[in-house]
Design a protein around this ligand. Structure first.
Ligand code: SF4
Length: 312
């Protein structure tokens, strides 16, 4: 007599993965920071703004600017009605000011294409609609779907990649570029239930930010310590791993930031080339940075004969 078909049993590895994922979810439930964009009453727009601001910028610097921004521009329509220069000015010293420009463009696109409503709530179309917005890439689209709309999404930032790489694969730091096998492995870890998937993404991100940081892993505080492959191997390879932090002082990025700081503080066009606060900058570098800022439409030359600029 043929045996009745049996349901497939999860493998030992899959069960272990599930336990590790649940451990992080439980840890997050008790250890999560109370951040304004995580609160129930935060709008999808607030989540989107936070995700753009948090790219390459720590929470402590983002939070005050985010609060000011949301008071001033609580909706995409409010920001779209302001100027790009207002947005760049309000961005302050968050760095990478093209993000302010892109966010302003994004607000205008949301108004034009979606009637002022942040897309992403539609499980079928949301991802494509988000990805079509200026400044929104794979990570931001997934984060908005998860954290603003509670959908199951594969959210992969550098913190999550580092936690998975260490705890599961014993690697000190993630590769510079996300390859397909890494994405597929991370996708397989995401729980099937949307609420658990969101908690896993937020929790593993928080674990990477607070406990399993790039250069200092506080394993004694980590809920994954008992299972972590990298810890079990004695945490090899970190000292030899190349540092990705870019030199800052004297770089074009720093000079661009200094030029923008001058223009942000000014209420009239500024003759940048004759300015005492920028006189230590070598003329060739100053010209190059002015040119690239104009090219990026972050500033504009308004009085050619005087070399006077304003925010774009
Ligand atoms: S045990 Fe240490 S290395 Fe492993 S995930 Fe936790 S903090 Fe990171």
């Amino acid at each position: 007599m043929p045996k009745p078909p049996q349901a497939a049993q999860p493998s030992t590895a899959a069960m272990r993965d599930g336990v590790m994922v649940s451990t992080v979810i439980d840890w997050f439930a008790s250890e999560a920071r109370d951040l304004p964009w995580r609160r129930e009453d935060c709008s999808p727009w607030g989540v989107l703004v936070s995700e753009i601001m948090l790219q390459q910028t720590p929470v402590a610097r983002v939070e005050p600017i985010w609060r000011e921004w949301m008071l001033r521009w609580p909706t995409p329509a409010a920001l779209a009605a302001s100027t790009q220069a207002d947005a760049v000015r309000a961005w302050g010293r968050l760095g990478y000011p093209r993000r302010a420009q892109r966010l302003w463009e994004c607000a205008r696109a949301i108004v034009e294409r979606h009637g002022g409503v942040v897309p992403g709530g539609d499980a079928a179309l949301g991802e494509a609609e988000l990805l079509a917005l200026p400044g929104v890439g794979d990570y931001t689209a997934a984060a908005v779907r998860a954290f603003a709309f509670g959908q199951r999404a594969v959210v992969l930032d550098t913190n999550i990649r580092r936690v998975i790489g260490r705890a599961w694969h014993g690697k000190p730091l993630p590769a510079a570029h996300l390859a397909r096998p890494e994405r597929e492995f991370a996708a397989a870890l995401v729980p099937a239930a949307a609420a658990d998937a969101v908690a896993w993404s937020a929790g593993s991100m928080e674990l990477g930010a607070l406990v399993c940081a790039a250069r200092v892993a506080k394993c004694e505080e980590c809920p994954l310590a008992a299972e972590c492959a990298w810890r079990a191997a004695g945490k090899p390879g970190l000292d030899e791993a190349p540092r990705r932090t870019q030199a800052w002082h004297g770089t074009d990025r720093q000079v661009r930031g200094r030029i923008l700081a001058v223009l942000r503080a000014a209420s009239a066009p500024v003759n940048v080339t004759g300015l005492a606060v920028l006189e230590d900058i070598e003329p060739g570098q100053l010209d190059r940075c002015l040119g690239s800022l104009v090219e990026d439409r972050l500033i504009a030359l308004v009085e050619n004969d005087k070399g006077a600029y304003v925010l774009g």
